[in-house]
Design a protein around this ligand. Structure first.
Ligand code: ZN
Length: 148
């Protein structure tokens, strides 16, 4: 199996069997709702943060396979990370998509599957929507300013 089809199968697998899907009714969770009008993606994420650590994440939305798979991949990658580490991972994911040089790509794990999306500028927003939502939950004020 070549790398491209491996990546495609990672995305399809997360799309068909999304992780951490479904919202939870608990006021301890921070909820962020974002959408991507150019594609019609609409996503709600929830984060449970304790002592600067992400204990749990939830995601629920409708949209294209890239958006939904990315929300699933991000929820798995960011779980049990401390907030500084999570923000670093989110920034690294953006850097990968915009073709910036990254020292250690392996920290992105399954999220590496989205590297090829960077070749399709219109789809970058699909891939980053969930990450922007989680970022906003981690740092509400900064998320507001960095909404683009
Ligand atoms: Zn999309």
């Amino acid at each position: 199996m070549d790398l491209k089809s491996l990546y495609r199968s990672v995305i399809m697998d997360h799309y068909k069997n999304p992780k951490n899907k479904g919202l939870i009714n608990d006021e301890g969770y921070l909820t962020v709702h974002l959408n991507n009008p150019t594609c019609g993606d609409d996503l709600i994420v929830q984060l449970l943060i304790k002592d600067d650590k992400i204990i749990d994440l939830k995601q629920q939305g409708k949209g294209c396979s890239i958006c939904c798979a990315s929300a699933s991949v991000a929820s798995e990658l960011l779980k049990n990370k401390d907030t500084t580490e999570a923000i670093k991972l989110i920034r690294t994911f953006y850097d990968m998509l915009t073709g910036k040089e990254i020292k250690d790509k392996s920290i992105l794990e399954d999220a590496l599957a989205f590297e090829g999306v960077g070749q399709f500028p219109a789809r970058i927003k699909c891939a980053t929507l969930a990450w922007k939502a989680y970022e906003k939950g981690l740092n509400p004020l900064e998320g507001e300013q960095n909404n683009e």
